[in-house]
Write a protein that binds this ligand. Structure first.
Ligand code: PGA
Length: 269
């Protein structure tokens, strides 16, 4: 059963920042802020930072140097390839990511779909592979601005979900996060309002339950929202009963902004 009280906040750093030094600086600031919060309150959830691949080893070392009992900060990756190893120039395998301490993998982000022509079929292979390798996938779905205008949101989301989960059995699905990230809301400063996010949730519930049986969605899938989340608007979503957390882009690179989001969502003070 999904416990909606435990929230997860995923920081998607995308292709930022531009040096190891800067990446370590942001990571350390967030870690220090978290240590401070942990002294003041008990956390209700966890945080996952997904930096570019090239910083993962450094973050793993930092984490190992300063292990503490209450570990609420995890590391994730922004993508994974669907083959385990071999002649796949430029690709990164799940084994490599696990070796670097990654448990979480963002799959099918709209920027990869749009700029790199990642197809639903490729996303399906990545999702299958991640589940097989016992990684925790964060599958991103969302419609474009024009699609929303034309009333096509549900059609697009249904297509993305059906294609992503094609051939994946009920038994194979464990701990999947579905992140609703409307493309028009990403990086635009115009977040999707809570009511609209909730409508999407209930629509997905229908789709999943039709595919996998009644109550499957509520009990097995965790649901996130992403798109222009910031310290200014996070409050608008906190009383929602359906959200398991947030996928944060731009604001996760600004320690002060990200820590405020974490404090409000996970520490409640
Ligand atoms: P944003 O990005 O928070 O900068 O809008 C979210 C995302 O793309 O995951």
């Amino acid at each position: 059963m999904v416990n909606k009280k435990q929230k997860i906040i995923i920081g998607n750093w995308k292709m930022n920042p531009l040096s190891v030094k800067k990446a370590e600086f942001i990571f350390q600031k967030i870690r220090k802020g978290l240590s401070f919060y942990l002294k003041k309150a008990d956390p209700q959830g966890k945080i996952v930072i997904c930096p570019p691949f090239v910083y993962l080893a450094n973050f793993k070392k930092i984490k190992e140097r300063t292990k503490n009992k209450k570990n609420i900060l995890e590391i994730g990756a922004q993508d994974v390839f669907w083959e385990k190893e071999g002649a796949f120039t430029g690709e990164i395998s799940s084994a490599m990511l696990k070796d670097l301490g990654c448990q979480y993998i963002i799959i099918g982000h709209s920027e990869r779909r749009n700029y790199l022509q990642e197809t639903n079929q490729m996303i399906n292979r990545k999702l299958k592979h991640s589940l097989k390798e016992k990684l925790i996938p964060i599958l991103c779905i969302g419609e474009k601005k024009e699609e929303r205008k034309q009333g096509l949101t549900e059609k697009v989301l249904a297509e993305e979900i059906k294609a992503a989960f094609n051939g994946i059995s009920k038994e194979e699905i464990k701990r999947v996060y579905v992140a609703y990230e409307p493309i028009w809301a990403i990086g635009s400063g115009k977040a999707c309002n809570k009511e609209e996010v909730e409508r999407v949730y209930f629509f997905l519930q229908k789709i999943f339950n039709k595919m996998y049986g009644s109550r499957f969605f509520q009990e097995r899938i965790k649901f996130l929202y992403g798109g222009s989340i910031s310290k200014e608007n996070i409050k608008n979503y906190l009383d929602s009963q359906i959200l398991d957390g947030f996928l944060v882009g731009g604001a996760s690179l600004d320690p002060e902004n990200f820590l405020s989001i974490i404090r409000e969502t996970i520490f409640n003070f």
